[in-house]
Design a binder for this molecule. Sequence first.
Ligand code: CA
Ligand code: CA
Length: 103
Amino acid sequence: MYKTSVIILLVSVGVIAGQYFHCESDGKQIWVSQTCDCVANCNDKSDEAPELCPNLDTDCFLCPGSDGVYLAPYQVCDNTWDCLNGEEEENCPTESAENDVLP
Ligand SMILES: [Ca+2]
Ligand SMILES: [Ca+2]
């Protein structure tokens, strides 16, 4: 009986610790799956901090000149400006570009 309770407690703690991430500045609770997804869910962006997400630079698109605004891959070349000046929509392959012959 005692053992079962301890196991249940440990599993519960593990589930809670594994599912939620607490933002550093205000302790706001978000899903762990929302961390390192290139989208800032915390006001302080602690869910996308470089210490937490070492692959941020390769997994996400950093808006040039922005204060660390990252975009998820699906936001790049989706014909919608997500960076302030739509930088992520530049250099996208287009149907017409594929037919262009470079000089
Ligand atoms: Ca996030
Ligand atoms: Ca976009």
